[in-house]
Design a protein around this ligand. Structure first.
Ligand SMILES: Cc1ncc(COP(=O)(O)O)c(C=O)c1O
Ligand SMILES: [Zn+2]
Length: 415
């Protein structure tokens, strides 16, 4: 199939200038990379003729490409073969009962091909890179977006340079190297790695999948929200909890609900709760101060994936929470580790620290009375626990029992 003309436009979140997606790849030149992120806007009227609740029920595709008519793909032949999305939405009856809620669902996105939510974005970004004839690609990441990107660009045979902070966990580094990416480990923070990556991309003309500046990532990430609508039989929940670093998953989630609302597929919108770690909470602070921008910080948290001092998608993330009448909330590292144990032991989901942060935020809002009796809530789990074994070990409150090869020894140990 030949590449079709785009069925969407790009619009700056700050000055509202509109751009042709064939002429601009990243951010509004007038407003710059932080304030000039771009919305991807569709003609909902023409799309609504192609999709309806019934057509989804009949759609055999068991991945997020079931939402192709509302994704920014111009050449579907370029869609990679890896199976992304349509991840399980588990109901936790015990939490619903304990908290008196109408329903508590856990969306396990650790079940994606590279074990994180980021595959939703990478799968769309790699199509855009191929459509744009990219020869070399890059990304900066705390680890998950990078390992995800490396898998998709390996399949697409695109040479890939990855920028990660020195502190990226071993498992994520192992993924990157095994997928064949060239890894540039920056002796600095994620925020520094991000800036260096953007400078390199500009200098050598590499296609850049770094978060927020690439407008198509949020479009891939919105499919998590679309799946929640379908999996809950179109009964939109009251709250959706999302772990937040740069804010791209959060804003993408809101975009998904907004697109389905505009298409008439859902009749209400949820409140979004962005959950940050206390040691890395510039968006919480901006929210509490009523600001439209974040003060940069130096982050420190056990949840390495959301250890971000300058949230790159801050404008859209703040807007999403404001428009949804939700909120931002922070949780301590102790609460994150406790949420990891709770998720594993109650729901059977093994989350990395950042993956469990949303659930920690849910518990906090239940305990503070914000989530009320009967509310139906969803918490996203955005990354698998095997991604960060050091993080998992911090959450463990028991030790193995070492025995000799003897039943008597076992008896003594279990007594
Ligand atoms: C597991 C996990 N959860 C949450 C996030 C936060 O996503 P965002 O930076 O889009 O806010 C990340 C980002 O790296 C992640 O890897
Ligand atoms: Zn602008």
């Amino acid at each position: 199939m030949k590449t079709k003309p785009a069925i969407f436009i790009l619009k700056c979140v700050s000055c509202q200038s509109e751009y042709n997606p064939e002429k601009l790849d990243y951010t509004c030149p007038k407003c710059g990379p932080l304030l000039g992120t771009l919305d991807v806007l569709y003609d909902h009227k023409s799309i609504s003729a192609q999709i309806a609740r019934d057509s989804f029920a009949l759609n055999p595709r068991g991945d997020h490409w079931r939402y192709l008519p509302i994704l920014p793909v111009c050449n579907p032949d370029l869609i990679p073969g890896l199976t992304v999305g349509w991840t399980p939405l588990y109901h936790s009856g015990s939490h619903a009962k304990e908290w008196g809620l109408g329903g508590v669902w856990i969306k396990d996105d650790g079940r994606n091909p590279t074990a994180s939510f980021k595959d939703r974005a990478s799968s769309v970004a790699v199509v855009k890179a191929l459509e744009k004839d990219a020869r070399v690609v890059t990304a900066a990441s705390t680890g998950n977006a990078a390992s995800s990107w490396s898998a998709f660009t390996a399949v697409a045979k695109l040479p890939t340079y990855i920028f990660v902070p020195k502190t990226a966990p071993q498992a994520k580094l192992a993924q990157l190297l095994l997928y064949g990416a060239k890894v540039i480990q920056v002796d600095g923070t994620y925020d520094e790695a991000f800036d260096l990556c953007c400078q390199a991309a500009e200098k050598w003309g590499w296609y850049n999948r770094s978060t927020a500046i690439n407008p198509y990532l949020g479009e891939g990430k919105k499919t998590g929200a679309l799946e929640i609508c379908e999996q809950l039989n179109w009964n939109v929940p009251d709250y959706v909890f999302v772990s937040v670093g740069d804010g791209c998953i959060l804003q993408g989630t809101w975009k998904g609900f907004q697109d389905f609302y505009a298409l008439g597929l859902i009749d209400r919108l949820p409140k979004l709760v962005g959950v940050q770690a206390e040691g890395s909470a510039p968006l919480v602070k901006a929210w509490e101060n009523g600001a439209t921008q974040c003060e940069p910080i130096v982050p420190a948290t056990v949840a390495d994936s959301i250890s971000v001092g300058v949230p790159r998608d801050q404008v859209k993330a703040l807007r999403a929470v404001r428009e949804s009448q939700g909120r931002f909330v922070s949780v301590s590292d102790g609460q994150i580790l406790s949420a990891m144990r709770d998720l594993a032991r109650t729901v059977g989901v093994f989350a990395e620290p950042a993956g469990a942060t949303a659930f920690a935020g849910l518990r906090k809002l239940v305990e503070s009375g914000v989530c009320k009796e009967g509310d139906r809530v969803v918490a996203m789990v955005t990354g698998n626990g095997l991604k960060d074994i050091d993080g998992a070990l911090k959450a463990i409150d028991a030790q193995p029992m070492l025995v000799q090869n003897s039943l008597a020894d076992v008896e003594a140990a279990i007594e």
